[in-house]
Design a binder for this molecule. Structure first.
Ligand SMILES: [Zn+2]
Length: 245
């Protein structure tokens, strides 16, 4: 009995990342896929994404979905709301680390990188605590078919100082840029649920970092006419860098 439970604890729990569509569909301006959050929640309780018509940034924490609109408002979202792109997992961190003094963004990213044993698997990352500074953005509602790199030119940028909250997101291997944003993709939500967005920079001061190793990818391919008839020959890596960094 005892041996069994030790073995169980020693093993890395198997977990998968779920995407309801590949990111290249979003990059090409396919902003309507009509996938409900009820469906997304079957695949995870933690993650990020956007909403139909690219209407703001999405962050999911503990099974709750929040929308950060381009005017900076945070709205709690119901299960019937629709999304063209969401990336989620059931959050089960394997390790926890702490940062107890202020760190600039480059050092912070280097520190998180040092927690990841290999760049060739996915990770879910959740950072809770105090930040001296968070620079985040959100995007205004768009017409379908306007490429993401164009749409994000109109992004609103928010700067929060001395803020408590959660940075949540994923690390994606470099070799799947058509599926998900390579490297770190992080969204922010303040503890008071009043602020948030897609993280452009942050300076953590006193935070706890949870990391989950993910060795399985589950990708849904939309069956919409827009998706089925799109030509995905274009290399979207440059657009993705422009839109997401
Ligand atoms: Zn984002």
């Amino acid at each position: 009995m005892i041996e069994k439970s030790i073995n169980k604890q020693a093993a890395v729990p198997e977990s998968s990342i779920y995407l309801c569509a590949p990111i290249n569909a979003l990059v090409e301006g396919i902003y309507e896929e009509n996938i409900t959050f009820a469906e997304i929640k079957k695949h995870g309780d933690f993650g990020l994404g956007t909403f139909n018509d690219l209407d703001g940034e999405m962050v999911m924490l503990d099974g709750n979905v929040y929308q950060i609109t381009s005017d900076g408002k945070v709205v709690a979202i119901g299960d019937d709301v629709l999304t063209p792109f969401a990336c989620v997992t059931f959050y089960k961190p394997l390790s926890h680390d702490e940062i107890t003094s202020e760190m600039n963004y480059d050092d912070f990213i280097a520190f998180i990188n040092s927690l990841l044993p290999s760049p060739n698997i996915f990770y879910a990352i959740r950072i809770d605590g105090w930040f001296s500074h968070v620079k985040a953005r959100s995007v205004p509602k768009q017409e379908n078919y306007r490429p993401l790199a164009e749409a994000t030119k109109e992004q609103s940028i928010f700067r929060f100082s001395d803020v408590e909250g959660t940075v949540a997101g994923f690390f994606t291997p470099e070799f799947v840029p058509s599926v998900s944003v390579p490297g770190f993709h992080l969204h922010f939500l303040s503890s008071d649920r009043n602020h948030g967005g897609h993280v452009l920079e942050c300076r953590p001061r006193n935070v706890r970092i949870g990391v989950q190793f993910i060795s399985k990818l589950e990708l849904s391919l939309p069956m919409s006419l827009d998706y089925l008839t799109e030509d995905f020959k274009r290399d979207v890596k440059q657009d993705l860098d422009k839109a997401e960094k």
